[in-house]
Design a protein around this ligand. Structure first.
Ligand SMILES: NC(=O)c1ccc[n+]([C@@H]2O[C@H](COP(=O)([O-])OP(=O)(O)OC[C@H]3O[C@@H](n4cnc5c(N)ncnc54)[C@H](O)[C@@H]3O)[C@@H](O)[C@H]2O)c1
Ligand SMILES: [Zn+2]
Length: 374
């Protein structure tokens, strides 16, 4: 057996720099990320993940006065009442500005915990310990936090950059395969928009061997985080990119249709699965309304299906939406501006731009190309 590889530290520059640490068995790095002034730590963790959270809480108790708060699982944590319960608990414990929050869970937990940290005393330090692939490569990095309201997802939130992110790949051992595969949707997306080496790793790896302990998964995680970090640092507040680059909006590749599929399926289609279909859709769109090489459209299908993601919209199993339903849902996406639909499209590999207001014929034809026959 070879010696365990040391952790990889990915620095995030910007107004408040922090590190994303990737590796195995990283709990002892938490105090360094939390910083020296911290006395009390509130651990906000997904209640169903007690077995993952307990050893981390035990390690923190050695250094800090710890308040451990178990949250409802997944999306049920992202509500105003849950945030209010956390505020009350922090208030009772007398949390001050020099205390900190640690989140342990998937993206729903890091979003809620980040929001609580952003709002308590107008902002205290937070370190995220993501436990899903999606949260490692996406939700925990970049400083967006949020909760849902009755009117939709992520409508209330704030930008609040973490003081650090600890991506301990060992935590993925218990993650159901379908959740891991869904996270790979965002990873492959990063391959198309910015880092083609990601696609090469996917294409040469045995997909079944992409597990929590595989060097290939680690390389994919590190590369996808780098893509997100680079984009976010260049465009911290989503005001746009420079030189024709879409800025942070590039991370929305495949997401306009994906959000419509999620919504019309009442969120029974996983985000990463919907993103996979959305990426094939925008590739088809770019081949029609732009100049994307058809071979690259096929590469979308082959890379995404290789890791086990859907590349076609199957109305029967995905909520039964028609093109008209999905078109209408896309128009109310919060990322649409005014009445004009905007899509991130590629002119070539890793060459993204914005396509605003494509014709309905092109949209319909691109959709027909991703709709399953039958
Ligand atoms: N802030 C951002 O920039 C950003 C970006 C992308 C997504 N998000 C948000 O992230 C959320 C989705 O994240 P997610 O896919 O991680 O979902 P999630 O947090 O709901 O987790 C998915 C499921 O996996 C379980 N789970 C998590 N880790 C596990 C583990 N190690 N072992 C076993 N089970 C485990 C959870 O309990 C949950 O049931 C959404 O709310 C989305 O809005 C935010
Ligand atoms: Zn996404």
């Amino acid at each position: 057996m070879s010696a365990p590889r040391p952790a990889t530290v990915l620095p995030v520059r910007g107004t408040s720099p922090y590190d994303v640490v990737v590796g195995h068995g990283l709990t002892d790095r938490l105090p360094a990320l939390l910083g020296e002034s911290v006395e009390r730590v509130a651990v906000l963790y997904a209640g169903s993940l007690g077995e993952l959270a307990d050893p981390i809480v035990d390690a923190l108790v050695e250094h800090y006065d710890v308040l451990a708060l178990g949250l409802p699982d997944g999306e049920r944590a992202k509500t105003a009442p849950v945030a209010a319960d956390c505020w009350e608990a922090l208030g009772e414990a007398g949390f001050t500005r020099s205390d900190a929050v640690v989140t342990i869970g998937g993206g729903a937990t890091t979003d809620l915990g980040g929001f609580v940290a952003a709002t308590w005393l107008r902002g205290v330090r937070v370190v995220h310990v993501p436990t899903t692939l999606l949260a490692m490569v996406d939700a925990a990095v970049g400083g967006k936090t949020g909760i849902n309201t009755g009117a939709g997802k992520n409508l209330v939130g704030s930008f609040h950059e973490p003081a650090g992110v600890l991506c301990d790949l060992s935590l993925l051992a218990s993650l159901p395969r379908a959740e891991l595969v869904a996270g790979l949707g965002e990873v492959v997306k990063c391959g198309f928009i910015a880092d083609p080496t990601i696609l090469e790793v996917v294409e040469r790896s045995d997909p079944a061997a992409l597990t929590h302990d595989s060097p290939e998964l680690r390389e994919l995680v590190e590369r996808a985080i780098r893509v997100k970090v680079d984009v976010v640092v260049d465009d911290l507040r989503e005001t746009g990119g420079v030189g024709g680059h879409p800025g942070r909006e590039v991370l929305n590749y495949g997401h306009t249709l994906a959000h419509a599929i999620e919504r019309t399926s009442d969120y029974t289609v996983r985000h990463g699965e919907a993103v996979a279909i959305g990426c094939v859709f925008v590739a088809e769109l770019a081949a029609r309304a732009g100049s994307l090489d058809p071979a690259l459209v096929e590469r979308h299908r082959s890379a995404l299906s290789r890791v086990g993601l859907p590349t076609a919209y199957d109305a029967e199993s995905m909520g039964g939406a028609s093109f008209e339903d999905l078109h209408a849902a896309m128009k109310v996406d919060k990322k649409a501006r005014g009445s004009q639909l905007r899509f991130v499209v590629l002119d070539a590999l890793a060459t993204p731009r914005i396509l605003a207001g494509p014709g309905e014929d092109d949209l319909r034809a691109a959709f027909a190309a991703v709709a399953s026959a039958g």
